[in-house]
Design a protein around this ligand. Structure first.
Ligand SMILES: *Cc1c(COP(=O)(O)O)cnc(C)c1O
Length: 392
């Protein structure tokens, strides 16, 4: 994935939109902590009037993220869900959206409990099967919303195949690229119309900021979203933009290590007697492995899920037994996290028909030394057999 005619990804991450400050020469983009900007005369200004509309720190981040996704433009938001909501404001009452049946829980809640009240219709579909997606199309379908890899089962959706289906119906293909990051996967090059990120995760990378972004190429969609961003006002503050700018400088090295550690953890778990099944697109027997190799050529990321033998109690014993992996929701930071989706991130799925198995554990594999991560998981998994022996 080298750029045909320009700097490489690692170079763009450090320099795109981030030239030394013209006023002072500061090498790092300053935090422009100001709400308003002086005008030379009425309506004559240096490109900035009021910081809801535009802020130079945000502009730098938007330029950098667009470069990383190979997009012509980018817009940043206060959170991933604020970005999601702005994209859905492109729709009119009566329009229909196809969402993955294991879409991020907050995305589902925003659609089902907020956006649907304004006359937007939606269907939940298994997007790994293009035939089902085609069957779910309606004349008024205007958007297909993809996550890949999905959460928490790490299913792989063929972006190029879905782009073709969406476009055959005059619909937009939107890819939530949060789990892969632009280092591992660039959906616009595969035919997607818009890419969305929770920059809270891998782009920020240090579990210290909430943010969102939308990237695309179409100038007309840019004008509509730029209007919505300013009209709705769900913009990020300059310090939050600065933290994400700081994070993306190391995105490439972090993603390489997340992917290497993720693969090593998945292989260890697959061979472990207390583990029933491992979900990781880097494993050759993963049903989406071939598609993943094509659309994630640089690696498969740091998200690994696995089912343990012994049900909910066994899963709880493991997630409460790790010492390096921290028991917490979220993902994408340098530190390793562990959680039980059925009781934590996906508790809201109870009763939806799309519940997550109670013996499933989700890991966000960090960039600590891999031997410490493997040893930690092994000692936590040993608690299952100890517990089983005690009760049996
Ligand atoms: C976290 C997340 C979101 C929501 O982002 P926030 O920044 O928490 O609002 C959306 N999609 C995916 C895949 C996520 O992991």
């Amino acid at each position: 994935m080298t750029q045909a005619d320009g700097p490489h990804f690692e170079t763009l991450a450090i320099h795109a939109g981030q030239e030394p400050d013209p006023a002072t020469g500061a090498v790092i983009v300053p935090i422009y902590q100001t709400s308003t900007f002086a005008q030379d005369g009425v309506g004559r200004h240096k490109g900035y009037e009021y910081a809801r509309t535009d802020n130079p720190t945000r502009t730098a981040l938007q330029t950098a993220l667009a470069a990383l996704e190979g997009a012509r433009w980018g817009l940043c938001y206060a959170s991933g869900l604020a970005a999601t909501q702005n994209v859905w404001y492109l729709l009119d009452p009566g329009h229909h959206v196809i969402l993955s049946d294991d879409v991020y829980g907050g995305t589902y809640r925003l659609m089902a409990r907020v956006v649907a009240r304004y006359g937007i219709e939606y269907s939940l579909v298994d997007l790994t099967d293009p035939a089902r997606v085609r069957a779910a199309l309606r004349p008024e379908t205007r958007m297909i919303w993809v996550e890949t890899p999905t959460n928490p089962y790490l299913k792989i959706v063929d972006i190029a195949a879905l782009a073709e289906i969406a476009h055959s119906n005059g619909a937009l293909l939107v890819v939530d690229n949060t789990f892969a990051s632009p280092y591992l996967q660039r959906p616009l090059a595969l035919g997607a119309d818009l890419v969305l990120h929770s920059t809270t995760k891998y782009l920020g990378g240090h579990s210290d900021v909430i943010g969102g972004a939308v990237l695309g190429n179409d100038p007309e969609i840019y004008q509509r979203l730029k209007f919505l961003q300013n009209a709705c006002g769900d913009v990020p503050g300059p310090f939050d933009c600065w933290l994400i700018l700081r994070g993306i400088k190391t995105l490439a090295v972090r993603m390489r290590q997340h992917s290497a550690n993720g693969m090593a953890v998945a292989e260890m778990l697959r061979a472990h007697p207390a583990v029933e099944r491992v979900f990781y697109p880097g494993l050759p027997d993963h049903p989406g492995h071939e598609v993943a190799r094509r659309q994630m050529p640089r690696g498969f990321g740091g998200m690994v899920s696995f089912a343990v033998r012994g049900g909910a109690d066994a899963a709880r014993a493991v997630v409460e037994g790790t010492k390096v992996f921290t028991l917490a929701e979220s993902l994408g930071g340098v530190e390793s996290l562990i959680e039980c989706p059925a009781a934590m991130t996906h508790a809201s799925m109870a009763g939806s028909g799309n519940e997550v198995a109670e013996n499933l554990i989700r890991l966000s594999v960090g960039i600590e030394h891999v031997d410490d991560l493997l040893a930690d998981l092994r000692q936590a998994l040993a608690r299952i057999s100890t517990a089983a022996r005690a009760s049996g």
